[in-house]
Write a protein that binds this ligand. Structure first.
Ligand code: ZN
Ligand code: ZN
Length: 272
């Protein structure tokens, strides 16, 4: 698949009833077609229990059934809508990541950091509630340490590679509305996002990957802006890092949710 050709007219980050989404594969395909998208890609949360031993209620339970259903949709929609089979794979350093995932039957992988390992060996998710974020900040002994651990994890994910699309690059800001826990204009934060942009620019010279412009936070009311922040998006543009617009859709209605905002930010940053 040509990620550049699908930059603003596809929805490749989607979840269905196979994991934590609300709609089934066929409903999602029908909606994508109605919305005039050129392609839909399914990116169920890859199973993690085997590698981590963590019980969750939002990861894929039946991998074989999922792949069979997406492949059947691919055949059904042939000629009208491009359908791709993917997975969103969690990265937890030393435990699991896209690099050790078998790609059998899959067109692409999204690599995402949702969990951080805490200094005492526990875990917390930056993709949870405000209370969960506060628990994480306490476990790290402060917001700046937690944020640095997040960007360390992103750097490790990029170094290990094995994915085609980097998911919600600055998810760490999810519950940081109005700079409630840390300042995204503080020197340490600006240094981290500049460094990640430099790393991605260097990696892109060797691999064909794209960074998401993800409207999922807006679609679900968790954030007031896209991932990445406009500031980080500009840094990526200055370094010619390719991006792709996605919605992190957990229902059919959201397949192109806030795409106008996403395209607007891409334009402002100089991508379109
Ligand atoms: Zn995610
Ligand atoms: Zn997702």
């Amino acid at each position: 698949m040509d990620l550049q050709a699908l930059q603003t007219n596809s929805s490749l980050h989607t979840h269905t009833v196979f994991c934590d989404g609300a709609d089934d594969v066929e409903t999602m395909c029908g909606a994508a077609y109605e919305k005039g998208l050129a392609a839909i890609g399914f990116s169920a949360h890859a199973p993690i229990y085997e590698k981590t031993g963590w019980e969750t209620d939002w990861h894929l339970r039946d991998f074989a059934a999922y792949i069979a259903e997406v492949q059947a949709a691919k055949a059904r929609w042939n000629g009208r809508l491009a359908v791709y089979a993917g997975l969103e794979v969690d990265f937890v350093k030393g435990l699991i990541g896209p690099a050790d995932f078998e790609r059998k039957g899959l067109d692409y992988l999204i690599g995402s950091t949702h969990y951080l390992t805490t200094p005492s060996g526990g875990r917390f998710t930056v993709d949870g509630s405000v209370e969960e974020l506060e628990r994480g900040i306490a476990l790290f002994g402060g917001a700046e340490s937690m944020v640095n651990a997040y960007w360390d994890a992103e750097e490790a994910l990029i170094a290990e590679g094995g994915f085609d699309i980097l998911g919600h690059i600055d998810l760490v800001k999810k519950n940081n509305r109005g700079g409630r826990y840390f300042s995204e204009t503080a020197l340490f934060y600006v240094e981290r996002i500049t460094r990640i942009a430099d790393i991605l620019a260097a990696v892109y010279a060797k691999r064909n990957i794209a960074v998401e412009v993800n409207t999922g936070g807006l679609n679900r009311g968790a954030t007031t802006e896209i991932y990445p922040s406009p500031a980080l998006l500009r840094l990526l543009r200055e370094r010619n890092v390719p991006v792709i617009l996605t919605a992190d859709a957990h229902c059919a209605d959201h397949l192109d949710g806030n795409y106008a905002t996403g395209r607007g930010e891409m334009k402002k940053a100089g991508y379109l």
